[in-house]
Design a protein around this ligand. Structure first.
Ligand SMILES: [Zn+2]
Length: 316
C-alpha cells in the first residue's frame, strides 16, 4: 500500500516536471538536429543540379558526387560537386535555401562537354563575348581556353572524368611511391602567379622599369626551372607569358612612358630629357620615337588644360 502510494506520487510528480523537461529537450533536440544537419549535410542530400551551361542537362538534378571540405579561412563547409559530364564546381555552405543549390562558386574543371561546346562556338566564329555568355563564364576565361589550342590539351585529359581522390590512390599504390604531378592544376595555378607578377611589374611606378622576360618572371615566382624545363606541360602559363614578355622596342616604349611620368611637372617636355631618363640608345626604332612624340603631345595637352581650367580647381 505504502509502496503503491509512493509509486503514485512518484509518477504524478514526474508528470509535473516532465512537460518543461520535454519542451526543453525537444527544443534542444531540434536545435541539435538542425546543427547536425548543417555540419553533416551542409548541402542537403543529393542529387544536385549540374551547373554546366554547356550541358544539355544544365540545372537538372544529375550530380550525385559532392565532397565536403572546410574553408581554411572561415571554417565554413565547401562543397565540390562533380558531374559525369566532367564539369566540377564548388561553393561555400551551408545552403540556406533551395535556391542556393543553383549557386556556383569556383569552377574546378570544365570537362569534355564544356570544352567541346567552346570549340564548336569558336569554329562558328562567334565573338569571345558571345561565347562567354553561352558558356556562362567571363570573357577572359574563354580567351584563356580558346587560345593556343589549350582546349585540345584539356579535352584530352578530361575525357574520362573520374573522382580525383580515387585516381590519386590508384596511381600511388600501383605504380610508384612518388605521387604523380598534376601538371594541369600546376599550370593553372602558375598562370595566375605569373600574371600577377607581370601585372605588379607593369603597375610599379616607383622603381625604374625592368624588362619582362621569362627569366625575370620565373625568378619572381620561384619557378624558373619549371618554365625552362617543362614549358610543354604549362600551355596556359606559357600563353600568358607570351602576352607579357617584352621585346626591346616594347620595353623602351614603357621606359619612355615611365620617364614622361617622372617629369610630370615639367613643361615643355624635352625629347633629349626623356631619352636620357629612359636610357635610350640613339638607334631606337620608329615606334619608340612615336611614343616619345605621343608623350610630349600629351604633356602639352595636360599643360594647356591645367592653365585653362586654373590650378584652383585642383586645390579645392
Ligand atoms: Zn553535367
Amino acid at each position: 500500500m505504502v509502496g503503491a502510494i509512493n509509486k503514485k506520487i512518484a509518477s504524478s510528480d514526474s508528470s509535473f516536471t516532465a512537460a518543461p523537461a520535454i519542451r526543453f529537450l525537444y527544443g534542444s533536440f531540434s536545435e541539435f538536429m538542425s546543427r547536425t544537419k548543417a555540419t553533416d549535410e551542409p548541402f542537403g542530400i543529393g542529387p544536385w543540379p549540374c551547373l554546366n551551361q554547356a550541358a544539355e542537362h544544365y540545372k537538372e538534378f544529375v550530380v550525385t558526387r559532392c565532397v565536403v571540405t572546410r574553408c581554411s579561412d572561415t571554417g565554413r563547409p565547401v562543397g565540390t560537386f562533380t558531374c559525369s559530364c566532367g564539369f566540377s564546381y564548388s561553393r561555400r555552405g551551408p545552403d540556406q535555401s533551395e535556391e542556393d543549390k543553383f549557386h556556383r562558386g569556383r569552377i574546378k574543371s570544365f570537362g569534355s562537354v564544356w570544352i567541346g561546346k567552346l570549340k564548336q562556338c569558336m569554329k562558328e566564329g562567334l565573338s569571345y563575348r558571345v561565347v562567354a555568355k553561352i558558356l556562362g563564364v567571363d570573357t577572359n576565361t574563354v580567351i584563356k581556353y580558346a587560345s593556343n589550342g589549350i582546349a585540345e590539351t584539356i579535352k584530352e585529359s578530361d575525357k574520362k572524368p573520374r573522382p580525383k581522390v580515387k585516381k590519386k590512390i590508384t596511381t600511388v599504390s600501383r605504380n610508384s611511391p612518388k605521387p604523380r604531378v598534376d601538371w594541369k592544376k600546376r599550370d593553372l595555378e602558375l598562370s595566375w602567379e605569373v600574371e600577377s607578377a607581370c601585372q605588379s611589374i607593369l603597375t610599379d611606378q616607383e622603381s625604374k622599369p625592368i624588362q619582362i622576360s621569362i627569366a625575370l618572371i620565373g625568378k619572381r615566382v620561384g619557378k624558373l626551372r619549371w618554365l625552362e624545363k617543362h614549358s610543354d606541360k604549362l600551355p596556359v602559363t606559357m600563353s600568358f607569358l607570351a602576352k607579357y614578355v617584352e621585346s626591346v622596342s616594347q620595353f623602351q616604349m614603357r621606359r619612355v612612358r615611365w620617364a614622361a611620368d617622372q617629369m610630370v611637372g615639367e613643361w615643355p617636355l624635352k625629347r633629349w630629357r626623356i631619352e636620357k631618363l629612359a636610357g635610350l640608345r640613339p638607334d631606337y626604332s620608329q615606334e619608340v620615337s612615336d611614343e616619345i612624340n605621343r608623350c610630349i603631345g600629351h604633356n602639352r595637352y595636360i599643360h594647356t588644360f591645367m592653365s585653362l581650367e586654373g590650378i584652383t580647381s585642383w586645390l579645392h
